[in-house]
Ligand binder design. Structure first.
Ligand code: FAD
Ligand code: FES
Length: 260
């Protein structure tokens, strides 16, 4: 993990409240694993905590990385007002990242993303595909208006969509798509990032699969394992005191390692 002042080389709006930002800097040399995140200082003196945002794409040759974020509060609103040439104080890459080495060429992976959990799944899918893995994407959005990155995923492989209101793809959540898919085939590994309810459903549907990897989200402060702001409980702990830190032991856990 390193810290650097990175330069914004582009920023564009993909959908209402959803922005894609590309940054350049030496930190990109450290980025390898999909599912890791960067911890970004908001360039405003009164905002002390950094904001964790997943890495959406890594381009080592161009020395760039891309993030996709949704404006939620003041921090992400400030990010959305920045433009080409502006700089950001970035720490990273942080977290463990998805395990792509548990699969070998020819095997099949389900890549599942919901809402603003979709961005890190793109770099993951790219790397899986490079390793000869067949990827099937299951992407869920609230509605067609807030859907983004559909063509990029389609270019990597079979991609199925669901929206809460049925305005695009199947109506309902990605669970409907998954239940349909597993009638025909079982994946060798499952990767998911999204709301807690979606992660619980994925863990349940694939409870017999040992390779189910979930990306968790917790509020963070230091982002590097020092403050215990981001703990999550572990299963079968009668004392209720055992926990894991999402920032440095995660954010990716096997489904049976954490209480969702
Ligand atoms: P505020 O609500 O004003 O933030 C107040 C404080 O709460 C800040 O310290 C903020 O960091 C924290 N906070 C608020 N919401 C969250 C949240 N959901 N998760 C963690 N901390 C939160 N969002 C994206 O849009 N794209 C991503 O790729 C992405 N990746 C993430 C990866 C990880 C590992 C984690 C933990 C979170 C990720 N998030 C992502 C969520 C993102 O960090 C929050 O939306 C953001 O911090 C909100 O900041 P704010 O100042 O706009 O909102
Ligand atoms: Fe400090 Fe995780 S945010 S330990």
């Amino acid at each position: 993990m390193k810290q650097e002042i990175m330069t914004i080389i582009s920023q564009q709006q993909l959908a209402p409240r959803i922005f894609q930002m590309t940054l350049t800097g030496d930190l990109v040399k450290e980025m390898d694993k999909p599912g890791q995140f960067i911890h970004i200082k908001v360039p405003r003196a009164d905002m002390l905590l950094r904001r964790p945002i997943s890495i959406n794409q890594i381009n080592k040759e161009a020395k760039t990385c891309t993030i996709i974020y949704r404006t939620e509060g003041d921090g992400t609103k400030v990010f959305s007002e920045l433009t080409t040439g502006d700089s950001l104080d970035v720490m990273g890459p942080l977290g463990n990242g998805f395990d792509v080495d548990c699969l070998t060429s020819g095997q099949k992976a389900y890549v599942i993303g919901g809402g603003i959990g979709i961005p890190p799944m793109y770099e993951l899918s790219k790397q899986l595909k490079q390793n000869g893995i067949e990827v099937i994407h299951f992407l869920g959005y609230a509605s067609k208006d807030v859907a983004y990155f559909q063509d990029e995923f389609i270019a990597l492989g079979d991609t199925r969509f669901a929206t809460d209101d049925g305005s695009f793809g199947v109506e309902g959540n990605v669970g409907n798509l998954l239940l349909d898919a597993i009638q025909k085939e079982q994946p060798d590994a499952v990767y998911a990032c999204g709301a807690n309810g979606m992660l619980k459903m994925v863990a349940q549907v694939f409870s017999d699969n040992p390779n189910v990897f979930l990306s968790l989200e917790q509020r963070m402060a230091c982002g590097m394992g020092a403050c215990y702001a981001c703990v999550c409980h572990v299963p079968d702990d009668e004392t209720g005191v055992k926990s894991v830190k999402v920032c440095d032991e995660g954010p990716i856990f096997r489904a049976n390692e954490v209480v969702l």
